[in-house]
Design a protein around this ligand. Structure first.
Ligand SMILES: Cc1cc2nc3c(=O)[nH]c(=O)nc-3n(C[C@H](O)[C@H](O)[C@H](O)COP(=O)(O)OP(=O)(O)OC[C@H]3O[C@@H](n4cnc5c(N)ncnc54)[C@H](O)[C@@H]3O)c2cc1C
Length: 445
């Protein structure tokens, strides 16, 4: 499997992975195919996932600027077509109390506002006619140990006080009787506004909106190399040269090693793994006590998350292999299945129907960065840390604002570059160390 820390290109024209989403979503909207002739454009966007497509859409609709997207494989071939489809009012991994301590209350509140706007933006785009199988709202954050419920209670109180956020606190019995009989759940808090959807259909919906607004999307067109010129950038693709005044890097965790000096050694691609089971029978459904389609995540450092899909399958996710070379090892999918069965012993005979993984993009300081270089001709949005489905819509809009020279909120997300990883060649060793720490923390603390 493509490994961004070792390979220089994500491939060319590769098909979607064999995921549940690729199977149930129908066919992708038309694109212009592989670029065959040289182009001169104002704005080239590299990568056609949520970030790139939201940027193209907002450039066209809010600033009257036409963008040209260059995608190595298929639209939404990266994370955007293979995630779990959880829409949550968050991005990165930094808590709001950490933000308040580091940046002060005003910046923390403005950041919350942007993340909340991300969810509203996704809903607004869906309301324009994207059919993406939205499920009933509700996000359960589950205590994986009894002592974690107190921490969750404190978070709920804090967010209620700070933002007036509507959060229910649920005892172990409440969770089991009202939502799901999860034997690993020791209570939960429930946000009333998170929800699940089909992520690939969402991405294709963005694609339709962006192309209707005038954006051009070329797939099977990897940018193999880029160089700065007197007028901007020259992007070299397999069959054509693209001269662009401005370039937007929307490649996130799929950014190849050494691709652009501006982001070299400033991100860590980490594999996240998903399994989707066979559909549960009526008997299995009733025996498992799963009564909800709401989205669920636990309190572990190495998180597990799950949701019941519209056709009564379970989507279950967690960390994957460390390197692309081991990504397809069935060990990782089977490990998720055994955790699922420890939560729901009644599902002992349930099998995996689909298993796949994708590269999320970690930043050193646990927040996304939407940034531009000093010359104002190179822009990027990276580092959602595995929480980018809703925020990427907002980040794409803010990227578009930056490209057009409009004001954006003055908060660290939009003003600071991705920090460089110290000892960058050893990032994978650091990741392995974090996994060991996480296993001990989750088991004993
Ligand atoms: C298994 C998994 C589950 C997840 N679940 C959730 C979730 O439930 N909720 C949530 O909020 N987030 C989730 N995420 C994260 C979320 O999917 C991402 O944050 C989001 O999709 C990032 O979108 P993007 O457009 O920035 O990048 P991507 O969708 O990754 O797109 C990057 C694109 O760039 C292209 N590219 C790379 N290099 C080049 C090049 N040189 N030339 C041309 N094209 C190039 C790639 O082919 C790729 O299509 C999950 C991620 C994974 C992997």
């Amino acid at each position: 499997m493509y490994d961004p820390l070792y390979h220089q290109s994500p491939g060319c024209g590769q098909d979607y992975p064999n995921s549940y989403w690729a199977q149930v979503s129908g066919s992708s909207p038309k694109n212009l195919g592989a670029l065959q002739t040289d182009l001169e454009v104002d704005v080239a966007i590299i990568g056609a996932g949520y970030t790139g497509m939201s940027c193209a859409l907002h450039l066209a609709e809010e600033h009257g600027i036409k963008a040209t997207l260059l995608e190595a494989n298929q639209s939404a071939w990266g994370c955007s077509g293979r995630n779990a489809g959880f829409i949550l009012k968050t991005s990165g991994r930094k808590s709001f109390s950490q933000m308040a301590n580091q940046w002060g209350e005003q910046a923390m509140r403005a950041t919350y506002q942007e993340m909340a706007e991300g969810v509203e933006r996704v809903k607004g785009l869906i309301a324009r006619g994207i059919d993406c199988d939205m499920q009933p709202a509700g996000y359960l954050k589950v205590a994986h140990k009894p002592n974690k419920l107190n921490e969750l209670r404190a978070i709920a109180q804090l967010q209620k006080d700070m933002f007036g956020y509507d959060i229910d606190v649920l005892s172990k019995d409440d969770v089991r009787q009202q939502f799901m009989d999860d034997r690993n759940a020791h209570g939960a808090i429930r946000y009333t506004d998170g929800f699940g959807l089909n992520p690939l259909k969402l991405a294709w919906g963005y694609q339709n909106l962006a192309t209707s607004a005038g954006a051009d999307i070329y797939c099977s067109t990897p940018v193999l190399q880029s160089r700065q010129s007197s007028t901007g950038f020259e992007l070299i693709t397999p069959s054509a040269l693209v001269k662009a005044k401005k370039v937007v890097l929307a490649t996130n965790g799929y950014t190849p090693q050494g691709f652009m000096p501006a982001v070299n050694n400033r991100y860590l691609p980490v594999l996240s793994q998903i399994i989707v089971t066979e559909p549960m029978s009526e008997q299995q459904l009733s025996d498992s006590g799963i009564k909800t389609n709401q989205v669920v995540m636990d309190t572990r450092a190495l998180k597990y998350y799950y949701r019941k899909l519209p056709d009564n399958r379970i989507l279950f996710g967690g960390r994957g292999a460390i390197s692309g070379k081991s990504a397809q090892d069935p060990y990782y999918a089977n490990r998720l299945l055994s955790v699922l069965k420890s939560s729901f012993p009644a599902l002992e005979s349930l099998n995996i129907a689909y298993a796949w993984s994708g590269w999320i993009c970690m930043s050193l300081d646990d927040i996304p960065h939407i940034y531009q270089n000093a010359e104002q001709n190179l822009f990027y949005s990276m580092g959602y840390c595995g929480a980018g489905v809703s925020f990427s819509a907002q980040a794409g809009k803010r990227l578009a604002d930056k490209v057009a020279g409009a004001q954006v909120p003055n908060i660290p997300l939009y003003t600071s570059p991705l920090p460089t990883f110290p000892f960058a060649p050893l990032r994978r060793v650091g990741q392995w160390g974090y996994f060991q720490y996480g296993k001990i923390k989750d088991k004993y603390f």
